[in-house]
Design a protein around this ligand. Sequence first.
Ligand SMILES: [Zn+2]
Length: 119
Amino acid sequence: MAKASAEVITHCPNSKCGKPIYSDHLYSWCIECGEPLPDNIQAQIPRLQESREGAASVTSSQPAPPERLSSRELLERLVRLQEQQNESLEAIRKHTGCVYAWLIFSVILGTLVFLIVRH
Ligand SMILES: [Zn+2]
């Protein structure tokens, strides 16, 4: 994205501010003073129109039934879930390493005691 390609579309409607609004402006307000830009100015900002359209298509595709997902997407989701689980397991393992050691130790000890008592 070349910043140099940004053109001044208009200026801030706030007479105290009057900062230029560039064609790569991302917000529906002036970033200098926070003055909301009128609709006719917003309509001239390409990025704003894109994000509006993007948001609209996102919301319309949101309630898509899970059957619409391709098997590849499902697989990716599963892999991501697996990775998340692995990460959380790793975190748990780090914290409960001692607990695990104690658990194994007590099981071995319990087995030994059990065997000794039985004989
Ligand atoms: Zn302003």
